[in-house]
Design a protein around this ligand. Structure first.
Ligand SMILES: CC(C)(COP(=O)(O)OP(=O)(O)OC[C@H]1O[C@@H](n2cnc3c(N)ncnc32)[C@H](O)[C@@H]1OP(=O)(O)O)[C@@H](O)C(=O)NCCC(=O)NCCS
Length: 160
């Protein structure tokens, strides 16, 4: 059974470990090694992970006392953006990503119209997953240049 809960400050090490273990496997061959090294240093530092827990929304998925996945969301302009969604390689394809995504959407403030995310254009596995969950190309995006390697996707949350 997968249990998804809000991350706490004493989860920082375990949350970091999910990124440190998942990035090299997920991104090998998709991006230069520098991107992985620099990204882990920038986005998965203890400070960055701690900020995500205290200032954004960070949820973790626990399986038998082990944290096997995480999702991190934050504000950008007027939008909510899912900056991180990672499941440990050995636990992918078992519903953990979907459980985290569903819980992340449920954790957003009521009335949030859409959820955006950024994904590597070369990450076909993740893009396929996001499409299967209803994400499409957004009609409007935050005012932030993602560069050529990343793209925005969005899901409409207006259920009226
Ligand atoms: C992408 C990721 C978060 C998905 O999580 P996951 O736990 O592996 O996916 P799930 O098992 O929850 O998949 C749920 C559903 O999505 C579908 N799905 C998953 N990947 C898919 C793909 N590539 N194409 C189509 N559908 C896909 C599954 O069939 C499943 O549907 P079902 O419930 O009807 O069987 C995870 O694989 C991961 O961490 N990958 C590596 C890191 C990464 O790329 N993260 C995203 C960065 S932007």
């Amino acid at each position: 059974m997968i249990a998804v809960r809000r991350a706490e400050l004493n989860d920082v090490d375990a949350v970091r470990q999910i990124g440190l273990s998942t990035w090299p496997v997920a991104y090998a061959g998709l991006v230069p090694q520098d991107f992985i090294t620099d990204g882990l240093a920038q986005w998965w530092s203890p400070e960055a992970v701690e900020r995500g827990i205290s200032k954004g929304i960070t949820l973790v998925a626990a399986y038998q006392d082990e944290l096997v996945g995480m999702v991190g969301l934050g504000r950008q302009d007027d939008y909510w953006v899912m900056w991180k969604l990672y499941v440990l390689p050995d636990h992918q394809g078992k519903g953990v990503g979907k459980a985290l995504l569903d819980a992340a959407i449920a954790a957003l403030p009521e009335g949030t119209p859409e959820l955006l995310l950024d994904v590597l254009v070369a990450n076909e596995q993740a893009i396929g997953f996001y499409r299967s969950q209803g994400f499409i190309e957004p009609t409007r995006t935050p005012d932030r240049d993602l560069g050529d390697d990343l793209m925005w996707m969005a899901i409409d949350l207006d259920r009226t």
